[in-house]
Ligand binder design. Structure first.
Ligand code: PRX
Length: 641
């Protein structure tokens, strides 16, 4: 069996076989790109993307911080790049959809079929009045219609806003209201562990007090149900529509989508990605980082509701003319080897997942992956949080069978695509190390004073990557303050990092953002949700490490009414499920009489963190109410027994 890695000391390097296949096997690309990053990206843009009109060379990169634009004046349509230019291979599978029920056959959409369905649906949206620049909300599980809807928006030039299907109605409503969407695309439900989950009921609750006038429903669960009034079936609206749709030509810097993500306040931010820069970065990072070739099948396990699902489960493989596999269901259903069975059965070549999933499978035991050869795999990758050495090794040995490189990719919703990682044909592949900035981009590690340091805060330097966010929806102030305030003219990632042998190791967030099972959640957002409960007077949320989920939130609550009890803890957790969704549910709730606060009224979460970590809390002298600390300590100690 071909091995794509060789061992040298504690690290792995690409083998001859990998070097032979890989698009990039020579380090000189880094030097060439660094010499003139703008010229480098200009060349990549022309090589990788079809432009209807090109930009003038002086406009390849225009920087007026806090904004910057790539390929200004260039015109393109994203869906033409993802679909039309692959119609020379019309029968090539574009999407393989694997339903949760192993008995339900997969759906395979060829490029030609996908193109037709996208055009028909774009025509349907147009008939409903959707036009260039309008926002469309998408609340769908991981089914092909999600990709069709997104691509149809890009055909029209409408801005899609995909909302994670496990989010609760309140969370969806806030996102619909913020972008003023008039059309919502959803489904009647989806399958989870063989059970039918109703999505439409949640969508119905969410659209109250919004401007939604049309709700398009994909009948995933009940194929025969009819809909009336503002509710319409996905296939009905497309039926009879033309399978041609002249693509709307977009400026490179026109917004393509919004994706809401957690920041340090209670309200999620609408991260804006524009069309041209995102297309260029997505095409090239997919090709070079995952080493995707046209004949490859790539499986990125991320849900469509996250940026990873956008960039690497849909757009990256399609821009490259490859095949993307998407799986609807729970990873370990009906048996703990479901994922490995899918890899084997469909001959997946590139597999991309999160450390939290790897840790879950580790717990389930080696016997499950041992049953499957998985010899089609060539590249394994991870994202979302730091991967510890133990999980890295398990992934390498049990899934890759010691043959495949592991590419640890660091990036964010804001960066649009991976920006720090090693390349498969170059290496090295070292546990816990993400690696080097993608050619043509640059990151530095700074100390608190903004000076370069071997350990500290991770920033990105100019010229900023083409796929970077293009602002925060309707909130210039937030954009400026979140990313550009702290480090002069450098993008603040809010991550900590260490430089080790010139390679970057990302250690995690330095702000109040948690990563729960790889999902991004802010302490403020959860506190905001808790404070909306009639029982809660005040709350403080802190993350604690968790072997499986990376981090989990713990809530400290001062009650407004009711008495501390298990029952009330359950009710409060349920309230979180209903307002934010189950991912945000606190692992534990402590009912306290008071929260440690400074004289200015700021809650000192650090003290609560110390108590949970069994450390002596520091800085009590700054508190206005130091007497509240001891009872909290005792309570935590008691619960740990
Ligand atoms: O803390 C970093 C962590 O995930 C954050 C971004 O989260 P989100 O916007 O949800 O995007 C996740 C998928 C791109 C980062 O600020 N993170 C992401 N990848 C890594 C990581 N931390 C360490 N290593 C990584 N490979």
């Amino acid at each position: 069996m071909t091995s794509y890695v060789t061992k040298n000391g504690n690290s792995y390097w690409p083998s001859k076989a990998m070097k032979k296949i890989a698009w990039i096997n020579n380090k000189s690309i880094y030097k060439e790109a660094a010499k003139n990053p703008i010229k480098f990206w200009g060349k990549l843009a022309k090589e990788g993307i079809h432009w209807e009109e090109e930009w003038s060379p002086k406009n390849t990169y225009v920087e007026k911080l806090p904004y910057f634009e790539w390929f200004k004046g260039g015109k393109l349509n994203f869906s033409v790049n993802a679909l039309d230019r692959h119609l020379g291979q019309p029968n090539k599978p574009a999407i393989i959809f694997v339903p949760e029920d192993p008995k339900e056959p997969p759906t395979i959409l060829t490029y030609s079929e996908l193109h037709q369905r996208v055009c028909k649906f774009a025509n349907a949206l147009k008939r409903m009045g959707v036009k260039k620049g309008d926002a469309v909300s998408i609340y769908l599980p991981l089914i092909p219609e999600a990709a069709i809807a997104m691509l149809a928006c890009t055909r029209i030039g409408a801005i899609h806003s995909v909302v994670f299907s496990a989010f609760a109605p309140d969370a969806l409503r806030a996102r619909i209201q913020d972008c003023d969407a008039r059309v919502l695309i959803t489904s009647d439900g989806y399958y989870r562990r063989g059970k039918k989950e109703n999505l439409l009921n949640k969508a119905k609750k969410a659209i109250k007090k919004t401007k939604i006038k049309d709700v398009i429903v994909v009948p995933r669960i009940n194929k025969n149900k009819n809909y009336w009034g503002k509710f319409k079936r996905f296939d009905d609206v497309s039926y009879g529509r033309s399978s041609h749709f002249p693509p709307e030509m977009m400026n490179a810097e026109d917004p393509m989508f919004i994706l809401y993500t957690s920041g340090t306040t209670g309200k999620p931010k609408g991260i804006i990605h524009d069309t041209g820069g995102y297309a260029v970065q997505t095409y090239w990072t997919t090709k070079l980082v995952f080493d995707l070739h046209k004949e490859d099948i790539m499986w990125c396990t991320a849900d469509i509701g996250w940026i990873t699902g956008h960039t690497y489960a849909v757009y990256g493989p399609l821009l490259n003319g490859g095949t993307t596999l998407i799986y609807e269901g729970t990873p370990d259903f009906p048996k703990p080897d479901r994922w490995w069975d899918i890899i084997n059965k469909y001959k997946v070549n590139i597999f991309y997942t999160a450390p939290t999933a790897i840790r879950m499978f580790m717990r389930l035991g080696d016997k499950w992956p041992n049953k499957h050869k998985m010899d089609s795999l060539r590249v394994l990758a991870t994202v979302g949080e730091p991967i510890d050495e133990h999980a890295w090794k398990w992934y390498f040995n049990k899934i890759g069978k010691g043959r495949c490189p592991i590419i640890d990719t660091w990036w964010q919703t804001e960066t649009g695509g991976t920006l720090i990682n090693v390349l498969p044909g170059i290496g090295p592949f070292v546990p816990t190390i993400a690696g080097l900035s993608f050619p043509g981009t640059k990151h530095s590690i700074l100390d608190k004073g903004g000076k370069k340091a071997p350990q500290g805060f991770l920033v990105q330097n100019s010229p900023f990557a083409p796929g970077m966010l293009h602002g925060v929806w309707k909130n210039h102030k937030k954009y400026k303050e979140t990313y550009w305030k702290t480090y002069n003219k450098q993008y603040d990632t809010s991550d900590g990092a260490i430089l080790k042998n010139n390679l970057i190791r990302v250690t995690g967030r330095t702000d109040d953002v948690m990563k729960v099972s790889g999902h991004r959640l802010s302490t403020a957002e959860l506190e905001d949700a808790l404070n909306k409960s009639k029982f809660v007077n005040e709350s403080a949320v802190v993350p604690i490490p968790d072997n499986l989920r990376g981090q989990v939130p713990v809530a400290f609550i001062v009650l407004e009414k009711g008495k501390p009890s298990e029952e009330l803890e359950k009710r409060i957790k349920k309230h979180v499920d209903n307002t934010l969704g189950p991912t945000a549910r606190p692992a534990k709730v402590y009912f306290v009489n008071d929260l440690p606060k400074t004289r200015s009224g700021k809650i000192m979460r650090r003290i609560l963190k110390n108590i949970l970590a069994n450390e002596e809390p520091a800085g009590l002298s700054t508190l206005v109410n130091p007497e509240c600390v001891q009872p909290i300590k005792e309570m935590v100690k008691e619960r740990k027994k």
